[in-house]
Design a protein around this ligand. Structure first.
Ligand SMILES: *[C@@H]1O[C@H](CO)[C@@H](O)[C@H](O)[C@H]1NC(C)=O
Ligand SMILES: *[C@@H]1O[C@H](CO)[C@@H](O)[C@H](O)[C@H]1NC(C)=O
Ligand SMILES: *[C@@H]1O[C@H](CO)[C@@H](O)[C@H](O)[C@H]1NC(C)=O
Ligand SMILES: *[C@@H]1O[C@H](CO)[C@@H](O)[C@H](O)[C@H]1NC(C)=O
Ligand SMILES: *[C@@H]1O[C@H](CO)[C@@H](O)[C@H](O)[C@H]1NC(C)=O
Ligand SMILES: *[C@@H]1O[C@H](CO)[C@@H](O)[C@H](O)[C@H]1NC(C)=O
Ligand SMILES: *[C@@H]1O[C@H](CO)[C@@H](O)[C@H](O)[C@H]1NC(C)=O
Ligand SMILES: *[C@@H]1O[C@H](CO)[C@@H](O)[C@H](O)[C@H]1NC(C)=O
Ligand SMILES: *[C@@H]1O[C@H](CO)[C@@H](O)[C@H](O)[C@H]1NC(C)=O
Ligand SMILES: *[C@@H]1O[C@H](CO)[C@@H](O)[C@H](O)[C@H]1NC(C)=O
Ligand SMILES: *[C@@H]1O[C@H](CO)[C@@H](O)[C@H](O)[C@H]1NC(C)=O
Ligand SMILES: *[C@@H]1O[C@H](CO)[C@@H](O)[C@H](O)[C@H]1NC(C)=O
Length: 836
């Protein structure tokens, strides 16, 4: 204890004495002693004198010298001959660190000798480390970090760091740096030379850096910059403004806080004349799927990058005759994201059990063109390009993205019923939650998976606003649609796409489905109130789907079979319950004359059944023509059952329904317009037709078979034979229709738009797709079979022909009302017979 106190006292005394000695400036004596083996050399020499001055000398033992060199193991005492030696002399202290022949002294680097024993001259401390080629040397700078300056620039406080490396025998300048920057580490290999210049007036007495050994970096150097907040850094290629060493690689790494964005811009560059390879820069950018991102120097460089990234400059093999120079000076700008708020959005899924939300990049083809990162951040900390929020918790998210339209979100919610006793008749709203709608990202899909116990329950979807089926003829123009598809893995069944603003009141489906709300336009937000479906669990039924359609008087309702483009799945039945208001007549029209289905097994057929009368017409969809436009005064069913079709010969049907007021008396109209002649023709047509019809009836066998719900892939045999007979008569049927069509334009003129000819049904008229076609003679457009159970007029009859007598075949299968309505048109368990 006593010894230590004593030492301190002596030191203090020494300082005091020194202070006294220094009073006559220039006259003070300095002693520099360099320990043997320290590897240090001190050189005091004349600096760059700005203005000619009175000469000054170093005085050693009364000898005046212009320069003094002290080697390790030596000791010198000297004074200066002038009062202000700092204006004349500079001192260089060079320390060689040899890592080749022994262990390297890594760690904090000291200023040796301490600045306190040195004359107050401009000092340059130089450390020269030589190491094996395979050893990476890393200079670590404590805060403040370094800022690179270009040629001709100087540091405000005069403290500069000049760093160079070595490539075999040649020195490569890495750069000159001031304090107060972003450069935190510089890694090199083979050797490094660091010169710290401290002006004589600067009080700094520490080196401010340490050296560590690292494994090989396999390139010229790596410079790391760390940004703590917003800021910028200007950096240069090695040797700048001279040329970058031939065929070398240099990397800059950037550490950027997650909530900020970085942009790179090239301030100056030059390219050399490459003989082989190409000069380029390569980036590793978080979130990029195409890393490394390769750019030419002349390209626009990436911007708005979130997260840490690195940038490498790769030289080429230069032309020996005229190498040119490769050089680069660039700036990295780190700032807050410009075009998005720092808003935090809360998505509360804590009360959800089956719902998850994914925010992900929209699939866009950019090729290899770089686009800046676009990130979603959870709790403002972890940012990623693709974020999935899981049910059961509350999530706080924010966005780091220059353009949020590059993202979209997809959500899925599973509503599953395990206990059919419990779920029966229960309802759930299918609505996109507000937490999701508030996010500044477009909702792409919101999918509900609706799962029910097999063969126990079915589902009914009731929309808040009646739905329209998307068809080519009447596409949906809303900003969103519901896509309804089977969710039974083995089943490829897509019911269709439906949007609000139509006539479909409900959709019943047999089993597990997915309902996907898909948006098509950003204005979904404005239309969001139109969304809304309610799903209820209802008793099981066997059709794949039942559509309840209530047409309104204003527009045509287009409907088409599920799986439109690929054809109705084999052995599938679908029904449409089409309501006709009491004061209206519905006209049902099929888009084509025949289906193209060819059955491999089973039969494809369609039943049109008047609901009130239960009168039904059965059509074989395989060989028969589809019904001509027909009128229905009461609600009716269109039930379609598919066979197992031959590949490429699928069943697809498009039909439409229009309503016209019942009060319009067609006969009166016809008479009024075309007069008795037309009526005569018309009546003639009817007569011919009815005669034919009668004839036909006599030709064929007994009543057409009843559709039996339980054995349905097998059409009643009689239908087939009857069908053949009828085919022969088709020409007559058409003749009559053509006659009618002759007057079609007249009917239209007088009777109003509802009488416009229908393009698809009547080839001779290529008019616009209008309303209902002119009423064809009812009997002629009649389907082959018709079954009436009451004295109701036949469904095809136009109002004026209500009382017309005619005969029709009808089945005698007893009481239709006993039929089990839950039975499908098809029973797939039933063995099916191949079609002939
Ligand atoms: C010492 O350094 C300062 C600033 O770095 C410079 O202006 C001055 O000329 C230097 N002095 C000599 C003698 O080189
Ligand atoms: C360091 O940066 C701060 C803020 O940018 C500035 O106020 C200060 O003058 C700078 N110091 C030096 C030595 O460059
Ligand atoms: C550097 O100077 C500060 C005072 O300015 C002093 O506290 C510190 O001990 C000195 N460090 C060295 C290594 O001399
Ligand atoms: C650093 O040097 C020490 C001994 O000098 C050696 O054991 C160690 O492996 C080196 N580390 C690296 C990364 O080269
Ligand atoms: C370097 O490129 C600039 C344009 O970026 C050009 O003006 C200049 O002449 C080039 N210098 C050399 C030495 O090639
Ligand atoms: C650049 O970044 C990528 C990805 O983070 C990393 O794999 C690679 O090692 C980095 N390269 C350098 C030289 O830092
Ligand atoms: C921000 O958005 C506006 C308009 O959308 C655009 O003009 C501007 O360039 C954007 N700014 C940035 C930094 O992306
Ligand atoms: C996002 O993540 C989800 C879930 O991991 C994955 O299904 C989806 O394909 C990913 N999207 C992209 C664009 O990588
Ligand atoms: C529907 O999903 C439920 C629950 O996953 C499953 O038990 C049932 O078998 C599925 N129904 C069909 C027809 O696959
Ligand atoms: C969509 O079509 C309906 C008629 O089909 C029309 O009334 C409505 O204005 C259209 N809406 C838009 C946004 O085009
Ligand atoms: C058919 O639709 C009408 C009108 O929506 C409805 O009243 C009737 O119950 C439906 N019939 C069946 C069997 O679903
Ligand atoms: C048509 O389908 C509905 C619903 O599946 C059913 O109630 C009706 O009985 C079927 N009609 C005929 C004639 O099969």
């Amino acid at each position: 204890m006593a010894g230590l106190n004593c030492g301190v006292t002596v030191a203090l005394l020494g300082v005091l004495l020194l202070g006294v000695e220094r009073l006559p400036r220039g006259a003070e004596a300095f002693e520099i002693a360099l320990p043997r083996g320290s590897g240090i050399t001190v050189l005091i020499k004349l600096g760059t004198l700005p203005v000619p001055m009175k000469p000054c000398y170093i005085v050693i033992s009364k000898r005046q010298v212009p320069m003094l060199s002290i080697k390790s193991g030596e000791r010198q005492v000297f004074t200066f001959s002038c009062q202000n030696p700092e204006n004349h002399f500079v001192i260089e202290i060079e320390k060689k660190i040899d890592c080749m022949s022994g262990p390297c002294p890594f760690g904090e680097v000291q200023l040796q000798p301490a600045t306190s024993v040195l004359p107050t001259l401009n000092r340059t401390f130089i450390w020269e480390v030589t190491a094996h080629k395979s050893i990476g040397l890393e200079l670590q700078f404590s805060v403040p970090r370094l800022r690179q300056i270009g040629p001709g620039e100087s540091c405000p406080d005069g403290v500069t760091h000049s760093i160079s490396g070595r490539l075999d025998a040649t020195v490569v300048r890495i750069g000159t740096f001031c304090g107060n920057g972003t450069v935190s580490r510089i890694k090199m290999q083979e050797g490094v030379k660091m010169a710290l210049h401290l002006p004589w007036f600067h009080p700094r007495n520490i080196s401010g850096f340490s050296i560590a050994n690292r494994s090989s970096i396999k390139r010229l150097c790596i410079i790391e910059s760390v940004f703590e907040g917003e800021g910028s850094a200007t950096l240069m290629s090695a040797n700048y403004p001279e040329g970058f060493p031939e065929d070398e690689l240099m990397t800059w790494q950037f550490v950027v806080p997650p909530h900020l964005r970085a942009s790179v811009s090239f301030l100056n560059y030059n390219l050399s004349n490459c003989e082989r390879k190409e000069e380029r820069v390569e980036y590793y950018i978080p979130g990029s799927t195409t890393n490394p991102e390769v750019f030419r120097l002349e390209d626009k460089q990436p911007g708005n990058m979130a997260g840490n990234f690195n940038l490498s400059l790769q030289g080429c093999d230069q032309d020996a005759q005229s190498p040119g120079i490769l050089r680069l000076r660039f700036q990295v700008l780190v700032q807050h994201p410009q075009n998005e708020s720092n808003k935090v959005y809360v998505v509360d899924l804590s009360n959800e059990r089956g719902m998850s939300l994914t925010i992900e990049p929209r699939p866009v083809k950019h090729g290899r063109r770089f686009v800046p990162g676009c990130f979603v951040c959870l709790e403002s900390r972890t940012c990623s390009t693709n974020l999935t929020l899981t049910p059961g918790s509350k999530h706080r998210i924010s966005f780091l993205c220059d353009d949020l339209t590059r993202l979209w979100m997809n959500a899925e919610n599973t509503i599953s019923c395990r206990d059919h006793w419990y779920c029966h008749r229960k309802s759930y709203p299918l609505q996109v939650p507000g937490d999701i709608l508030q996010l500044p990202v477009q909702l792409h899909d919101f999918s509900w998976k609706l799962l029910v116990p097999k063969d126990r329950l079915s589902l009914v979807l009731v929309p808040a606003q009646k739905l329209q089926q998307h068809t080519h003829e009447r596409p949906c123009n809303t900003s969103f649609s519901y896509l309804v598809a089977s969710a039974v893995p083995s089943q490829d069944l897509y019911f269709g796409s439906f949007c609000p603003g139509g006539s479909i009141e409900q959709i019943q489906v047999k089993q597990n489905i997915s309902v996907t709300l898909r948006t098509f336009a950003p204005n979904f937000r404005q239309e969001v109130s139109r969304q809304g479906l309610t799903v209820s669990f209802i008793p099981y039924f066997k059709e794949e789907g039942i559509f309840t359609v209530t047409p309104d008087t204003k527009s045509k309702v287009y409907l088409r079979t599920p799986n439109w483009d690929r054809g109705l799945p084999s052995l599938t039945s679908v029904s449409w319950n089409i309501s006709v208001p009491p004061d209206q007549v519905a006209c049902l029209t099929f888009s084509k004359e025949r289906t193209s289905v060819v059955c491999q097994t089973g039969r494809a057929f369609m039943i049109i059944q008047e609901q009130r009368t239960r009168a039904e017409e059965i059509f074989s969809l395989e060989e028969e023509v589809l019904p001509k436009p027909s009128f229905h005064r009461h609600s009716f069913w269109v039930n379609i059952s598919n066979c197992s079709p031959a590949s490429g010969k699928q069943l697809d049907l498009l039909f439409w329904v229009t309503l016209t007021p019942k009060t319009v008396d067609l006969t009166v109209t016809v008479i009024a317009v075309v007069g008795g002649g037309a009526f005569l023709l018309f009546a003639l047509g009817l007569i011919i037709c009815c005669v034919r019809k009668k004839k036909k009836k006599t030709n064929k066998g007994p009543a057409v078979g009843i559709y039996n719900g339980n054995i349905n892939t097998q059409m009643p045999r009689q239908l087939k034979t009857y069908q053949k007979g009828r085919k022969d008569d088709d020409s007559h049927v058409y003749a009559v229709i053509d006659d009618t069509m002759v007057y079609g334009h007249l009917l239209q003129d007088s009777g109003g738009s509802f009488l416009q000819p229908e393009v698809d049904a009547y080839r001779p008229f290529q008019g616009a797709m209008g309303d209902c076609p002119p009423s064809p003679p009812p009997v002629c457009s009649r389907a082959p079979t018709l079954k009436l159970t009451t004295d109701e007029p036949p469904p095809c009859l136009a109002p004026e022909s209500e009382s017309e007598p005619y005969t029709f075949s009808h089945p005698s299968n007893g009481d239709v009302s006993n039929r089990n309505t839950d039975v499908p048109l098809l029973d797939t368990q039933e063995p099916v017979e191949p079609a002939e």
